[in-house]
Design a binder for this molecule. Structure first.
Ligand code: GAP
Length: 512
């Protein structure tokens, strides 16, 4: 199966099994906005919980807060978002479609890259076993010309964005002959900067004074609360503040399902430390965050680090953790050493001192910050992409989500073998007991095989089948999702069995 076909299957699976629906589906959906369904919402909650507990329970010096989405307008001036949180936009006058100019160029570069790969494939077939692809890349005139074209696009785009010379970017689009994918024309407007923040008004009456923004990142809610938390929590450096919550960005290019959304959730932690120690903490968090991902049972080969070559003006180090999605390696999390930029700017704009009195040094200073920032929705997508499996069994295809039991939306399904002979009553008794501690499901419709398959498809790690013997010996058949192995266990042992396998601690203990 091609990667594109696999990704399409995952998207359909999400809708068919109640994980993710397009927002306002009955009205035709809303671009880049999604709703989580009856299985998606609990899976997402479990992922959030795993992150939250790993931050606030496993670190005595990290506390969690929940700041409001609306913030004082000056926040976004201070953070630099009002002036600098922009994407370069271009419209096609014929199709009236709007595009991100950098994405148009990147897509164009991708097409050239594909031409290079075709040339190399052709040559490999021609030359056979002795073929050296690297050598061919660096010597074949046609491939070299394609590569030079890609590099030229990179250089012009970079210079145009860095210097604010958007005219250069438009000229590049024209000189490269980039056409609108809808109209096929080259009838482009000028390139303009477009701010990604959504704005609204505090009061019913519109005035420039009370313009608010929907936060584009949760981090600023932490910075403005730095002193509140430090003082009331008597926090000593180094310490962290964690938060999860919604963020909003007017992303023009909605792509790859829930990968890039207009309304999404972030899980961010700002770690405040003494200036000069930030690289030590940056390396600590870089390593620990990857370990956190892998504790979910995801192989190391699915991840890679991508160090930022060009740093934001406030950062002195930054790295992305990328996951190998069906559409290639893409960022899921960023670790940024943000220096004292944010607190310093908020000092300047608020007129309030945002300093830490260091009793050992007997001086006050603005702490440095190392941030870890992960998108919950991207994490959700990553989890599904990793878990989705199709297996051939006796000429039939079984679709199974191999989710870690601590993350699975339903922990156990209780299934009476038949809908009679008091089996449903015993199943109900087991269900009533287990549901106090575990999200469980009970069902007596259809054949047992069909019910197993439905549970496999939503990632339920255990199926508990109640049969006629159960009435006599108070034991049941426990079926394991991944191996499909079945064993006989007593009803009394079910609770402790589920406890051990599905507790969040089974994930957390990997981190200590
Ligand atoms: N406070 C730092 C910050 O916001 P970012 O790289 O812009 O940094 C952090 O965002 C993470 O948030 C990303 O790694 C990604 O997982 C997630 N994210 C960002 N924009 C997103 C979007 N439009 N849709 C879904 N997730 C997004």
């Amino acid at each position: 199966m091609s990667d594109a076909a696999l990704f399409d299957k995952i998207i359909s699976h999400c809708k068919e099994y109640g994980f993710v629906f397009p927002s306002s589906d009955i009205y035709g959906g809303l671009a880049a906005v999604y709703d989580y369904g009856q299985n998606g919402a609990p899976l997402r909650n479990n992922l959030r919980q795993y992150w939250w507990q790993s931050m606030t329970q496993l670190h005595a010096n990290i506390v969690g807060i929940d700041a409001a989405i609306f913030m004082h307008p000056k926040t976004w001036k201070a953070s630099g978002h009002v002036d600098g949180f922009n994407d370069p936009m271009i419209d096609n006058k014929d199709s009236k479609k709007r595009y991100r100019a950098d994405v148009l160029i990147e897509d164009h570069q991708e097409k050239i890259r594909q031409k290079i790969e075709k040339e190399i494939d052709k040559a490999a077939k021609r030359f056979g076993e002795t073929f050296d692809a690297d050598m061919y890349r660096s010597t074949n005139p046609r491939v070299m010309a394609y590569q030079a074209q890609i590099d030229h696009c990179d250089a012009v785009l970079k210079e145009g964005l860095e210097t604010g010379n958007l005219g250069m970017i438009k000229e590049l689009i024209e000189s490269e002959g980039i056409v609108c994918p809808i109209s096929g024309s080259k009838n482009w407007t000028e390139v303009r900067q477009f701010n990604l923040m959504y704005s609204t008004q505090m009061s019913a009456v519109e005035s420039g004074e009370d313009q608010l923004y929907l936060r584009p990142e949760t981090a600023q809610g932490i910075f403005v609360n730095f002193l509140n938390v430090q003082k009331t929590g008597r926090m000593k450096l180094p310490f962290g503040i964690a938060q999860t919550g919604k963020a909003f960005r007017n992303e023009i290019v909605a792509r790859q399902f829930i990968m890039r959304m207009k309304e999404f959730e972030q899980m961010e932690m700002q770690f405040f430390c003494q200036p000069g120690t930030e690289m030590q903490w940056y390396n600590y968090w870089k390593e620990l965050r990857l370990k956190w991902h892998m504790a979910m049972g995801i192989p190391a080969s699915s991840y890679r680090y991508h160090d930022h070559v060009k740093l934001a003006h406030y950062a002195n180090a930054a790295v992305d953790i990328e996951f190998d999605f069906p559409f290639g390696f893409k960022e899921v999390e960023g670790i940024h050493s943000r220096t004292d930029f944010d607190l310093g700017r908020h000092e300047e704009f608020s007129g309030k001192k945002l300093r830490y009195f260091d009793p050992e040094k007997n001086e006050s200073y603005v702490p440095y910050v190392v941030e870890t920032s992960i998108g919950l929705d991207r994490l959700f997508l990553l989890t599904l992409c990793n878990a989705y499996c199709e297996e051939e069994i006796d000429g039939d295809t079984r679709v199974v989500l191999k989710l870690h039991p601590a993350l699975a939306p339903v922990k156990a399904a209780i299934l009476p073998l038949v809908k009679k002979d008091e089996l449903p009553e015993l199943a109900e008794e087991i269900y009533q007991k287990l549901r106090l501690d575990f999200p469980c499901y009970i069902e007596d419709k259809d054949s047992i095989g069909k019910r197993y398959r439905r549970m496999d498809a939503i990632g339920t790690p255990f199926c508990i089948t109640v049969d006629h013997d159960s009435l006599n010996d108070r034991s049941v058949t426990l079926r394991y999702r991944d191996s499909m192995k079945q064993e006989r266990v007593s009803i009394d042992s079910l609770h402790s069995l589920l406890s051990q396998a599905t507790a969040m601690s089974s994930l957390l203990k990997e981190l200590i």
